[in-house]
Design a protein around this ligand. Structure first.
Ligand code: OSB
Ligand code: MG
Length: 370
């Protein structure tokens, strides 16, 4: 496809409820939406960088800069064949996986629309609906957390993940486990612990958790390996797995027994596929992480999670858990068996609600070959 233009939208959307993690509290979500135009078709992508560098060093500001000043000049007017060709072209740009992944998503959407194939079909996904759970932010008290979890269980979510941080960990998890002895439960620390403070988490081993997500720093595979030896519960890495190479090294070191795959964090769907395949080969289960995506990124996550080795429920909740108004016409709903249907239309299988996109857009730029 010869890329005729790239349009960038810096978007800010109010969340239905504040979302608090070990790295901060958000009442709204920012992201970049990318519209790629070629041969009369538009492909959409979402870059999950947020307003501040709490989860990743990338922000909407850095993503805007890297895209406008470095990625776009490599693509505009060029004949880009596919995701692999795109990754070759942007290899000269170090890092910045979230923004690269956003552009790659737009390419996949465009290719699917051109070929009349869903993203699920393009990626080789099997399932028509994927098991999902909900990620519950830190609440004021353990009792409030139990109340919040109860609401999500009543809505039909079959797996609960709670956020933890030092001082709000074992007690919170134990309260949820006491209230709901049979549920699928896991915790996510978003790298809030050191090797020393993480030892306080050892009682989590008695709570029958599916996994403990990312206790230590994102650049610390080695100490995760040491920590995993002290826990019976599987450690799962999120922030630390930024490439296929990191996934391979983490498995070689036994730094985790489960991997959370986010296409954004690993630089694109093509990398996510490679990590999925590696884990499948080695018998390591993966699941699809989330970053409070809009309907665009959520459609992509659902297609990815339809692949065979996504063996644990994903952080892919219904649209109403995040946004009362979304920027896609389609809204994702939870089925009674705690699954969500994978879109079947061409590409991402969603259509952009232009009025909603305009309502939430803070800034926009249209880039064309000079
Ligand atoms: O660590 O999984 C995470 C949201 C933003 C950034 C990082 C994370 C999260 C979540 C929410 O846990 C998952 C979702 O989209 O529901
Ligand atoms: Mg996480």
């Amino acid at each position: 496809m010869k890329i005729e233009s790239l349009r960038l939208f810096h978007v800010r959307m109010p969340l239905v409820a504040p979302f608090e993690t070990s790295f901060g509290r958000s009442t709204e979500r920012e992201c970049l939406i990318i519209a790629l135009q070629a041969d009369g078709l538009t492909g959409y992508g979402e870059c999950a960088a947020d307003s501040s560098p709490g989860y990743s060093y990338e922000t909407t500001g850095t993503a805007w800069h890297i895209l406008k000043d470095f990625i776009a000049p490599l693509l505009l007017g060029q004949d880009v064949r596919d995701a692999q060709d795109f990754q070759q072209r942007v290899r000269v740009i170090k890092g910045h996986p979230l923004v690269k992944a956003g552009v790659e998503m737009a390419l996949w959407d465009w290719i699917g629309k051109r070929d009349g194939l869903s993203l699920r079909a393009l990626l080789g996904g099997q399932r028509e609906r994927v098991p999902v759970g909900v990620s519950v932010g830190l609440q004021e008290t353990p009792a409030a957390l139990v109340g919040r979890v109860e609401q999500y269980l009543a809505q039909g979510y079959g797996r609960i993940k709670i956020k933890i941080k030092p001082g709000r960990d074992v007690e919170d998890a134990a309260a949820v486990r006491r209230a709901f002895p049979g549920i699928l439960l896991q915790v996510d620390a978003n790298s809030a612990y050191s090797l020393e403070t993480a030892r306080r988490l050892l009682p989590l081993d008695d709570l029958d958790l599916l996994l403990i997500e990312q206790p230590l720093a994102e650049d610390d595979l080695w100490d995760h390996a040491g920590l995993q030896r002290e826990f019976r519960t599987p450690l799962c890495l999120d922030e630390s797995i930024v490439s296929l190479r990191h996934a391979r090294q983490a498995l070689e070191m036994r730094a985790c027994r489960v991997i959370n795959i986010k296409a954004g964090r690993v630089g694109g769907l093509s990398q996510a596929l490679a990590i999925h395949a590696l884990c499948q080969e080695q018998g390591i289960p993966v699941w699809c992480g989330g970053m409070l995506e809009t309907g665009i990124g959520r459609a992509s996550n659902l297609a990815l999670a339809s692949l065979e080795n996504f063996r644990l429920p994903g952080d892919i909740s219904a649209s109403e858990r995040y946004y009362s108004r979304d920027i896609t016409h389609e809204r994702f709903v939870l089925n009674s068996d705690s699954t969500i249907d994978v879109p079947t239309g061409p590409g991402l299988g969603v259509t952009v609600d232009e009025a909603a996109l305009a309502q939430f857009t803070l800034a926009r730029v249209d880039l064309a070959p000079s």
